[in-house]
Design a binder for this molecule. Structure first.
Ligand code: C5P
Length: 224
């Protein structure tokens, strides 16, 4: 039987995280935030003093790390628990994002994380957020979305996010960081960031969150 899966792929800052949460809420489905797996792995490697160039050792860590996801009862947020430690305060930082995109280029690492990602599928359905959800991890998903936005627009959103948190950010540096990560994600030889065949491409540059949500839900309901 056909698995109920909606994949949402795209570059960082395109609004995937937000849309994934809203779609999952609306349908009452589960979520896979695959970026969090790569982020945690990057942090874990750093903590264990493993250089990203030590490919086999990083892959071994990917296979064996003791990682669970737990829902915080108070705020409903999903917290990654690595070896008993709650990494939630560190996982969304730019440093973790950069570390993630470095371990993510390793083919053996991606292979090692496949089973962990597929294990997230549970009835009644799964919304999977990432870069290769529709191309590699869930190629049979009935509804595939590719969500994008211009680099400038994504930098601006990130800038405002940080400003709201009271963090002083530099627009130029944010834009450079986004472009560097795009470049690494799009040009890597394993699982590069590209729309899956048959994916519904949404450019959110000039759309509100609720406009994107409507388009995604409409596409998903037609596809399932
Ligand atoms: O989505 P997020 O910004 O959390 O992802 C962090 C990094 O992890 C990305 O820049 C990408 O290099 C990597 N990643 C990936 N494949 C995924 C999800 C994330 O390569 N499915």
């Amino acid at each position: 039987d056909i698995k109920k899966i909606i994949t949402i792929d795209g570059p960082s800052g395109s609004g995937k995280g937000t849309i994934t949460q809203l779609v999952a809420q609306k349908l009452n489905w589960h979520i896979l935030d695959s970026g969090a797996l790569y982020r945690v792995l990057g942090l874990a490697a750093q903590r264990h003093g493993i250089a990203f160039s030590e490919v086999a050792t990083v892959a071994e860590l990917a296979r064996n790390m003791d990682l669970q996801f737990r829902i915080n009862d108070e705020n409903g947020e999903v917290e990654p628990i690595l070896e008993g430690e709650n990494l939630a305060p560190f996982v969304r930082t730019d440093e973790a994002g950069q570390a993630a995109s470095q371990v993510a280029v390793i083919a053996e690492v991606r292979e090692a994380l496949l089973a962990r990602q597929r294990d997230f599928y549970q009835s009644p359905g799964l919304v999977a957020d990432g870069r290769d959800m529709g191309t590699i991890v869930f190629p049979d998903a009935p509804a595939k979305i590719f969500l994008t936005a211009s680099a400038e627009c994504r930098a601006e959103r990130r800038f405002n996010q940080l400003k709201n948190k009271g963090v002083n950010a530099n627009m130029r540096a944010l834009l450079d960081s986004i472009k560097a990560r795009d470049e690494r994600d799009q040009t890597r030889s394993v699982a590069p960031l590209v729309p899956a065949e048959g994916a519904f491409v949404v450019d959110s540059s000039n759309l509100t969150i609720s406009e994107v949500l409507t388009q995604v839900l409409e596409f998903a309901s037609k596809s399932m």
